[in-house]
Design a protein around this ligand. Sequence first.
Ligand SMILES: NC(=O)c1ccc[n+]([C@@H]2O[C@H](COP(=O)([O-])OP(=O)(O)OC[C@H]3O[C@@H](n4cnc5c(N)ncnc54)[C@H](O)[C@@H]3O)[C@@H](O)[C@H]2O)c1
Length: 356
Amino acid sequence: MEIMGEITKRILILGNLGYVGPELTKLLRKKYPDYHLTGYDCGFFSKFYTTDLFAPDNLLDVQLYGDVRNTEKLDLSQYDTIIALAAISNDPIGNKFESVTVDVNCNSLVAIAKRAKVQKVKSFVFASSCSVYGFAEEGDRTETSEVNPLTAYAKSKVKAEEELKGIATNDFNVTCLRFATACGMSDRLRLDLVLNDFVACALANNHIEILSDGKPWRPLINVKDMGLAIDWAIHRKNQVACIVVNAGSNDWNYQVKELAQAVKEIFPTITISINENAAPDKRSYRVNFDEFKRIAPNHQPQYDLKRTIVELKEGLEKINFNDKNFRNSNLIRLNVINELLIKNILDQNLFVIKSN
Ligand SMILES: NC(=O)c1ccc[n+]([C@@H]2O[C@H](COP(=O)([O-])OP(=O)(O)OC[C@H]3O[C@@H](n4cnc5c(N)ncnc54)[C@H](O)[C@@H]3O)[C@@H](O)[C@H]2O)c1
């Protein structure tokens, strides 16, 4: 669509009211003031802002509320690109709600993609995850390595990738970004992500309690750099119908205990404890991001670990964060879901049944 000489895209972001969505919205709005941006989300976490500024969702042109399992009324033909962030987004919730996880993270999004293709949407960007590699310590995993999904969450991502691959054509591009574990400040921060948890621990408790033995490997990516990768996927040339690529950077493969040490460099007085008796964490993986560097040289991660930790510290200080008990708070995704269930706002299949 062309307006006054400017190429304008119409983008639908599914699941925009979580952790990644606000940062993506800000990036797209800043870079592309003329784009028409619509968000669609059922709003599990919508009211848990971690910003003292205005709501990031105001940068959208339209905010729709609804479930990705129930989108018949959405007119997909209006959009050039659909970005699928909507998900049951971690293992603890996925383990508790296995079939919901497959339905939300895979079946519903694949059904939307199929309809989108018929309705002439041009591209579909899927937020996949490096957790598809499961346990992979010997040799960094590339896109051609075998996947080894160990949890309902990771399995749902593998299944969605496979089904989306089957739909992609030169007229309907699919990009599956296998993101490293996210970290960094967002206007809807989550503290159930390893680095975010450590910075919150340091700030509130002056102590990092590592729940594992500290040895698992995790590739990380700053949440703002996820937005950059999505920006690349939206605009990539359409010679290849489907691209599945690890999104992150080789420099960001860390062991959990190294992350804690990096936080200690910014908070020198903190103590760190390791749970030597913890059962070995089966989810430990190192990932190779060469392919992403090759195909998206201008959209490589910009943040380093130190800058991410400092930004988290400053962001949390700005909202006067001081919750010693934050692991029981509403900045943990599973806690919010449990609370919504107790209040009968969600039914057992996590459909919203009354307003929050
Ligand atoms: N955060 C990470 O470490 C990470 C890493 C790799 C991939 N990803 C993927 O990136 C995406 C975004 O992650 P996030 O951290 O922002 O997750 P999040 O949980 O903060 O946000 C997910 C959003 O999806 C919405 N949602 C969930 N079920 C829905 C449904 N049935 N209908 C409509 N909306 C629904 C939620 O309300 C929420 O706003 C997810 O697909 C996640 O799997 C995240």
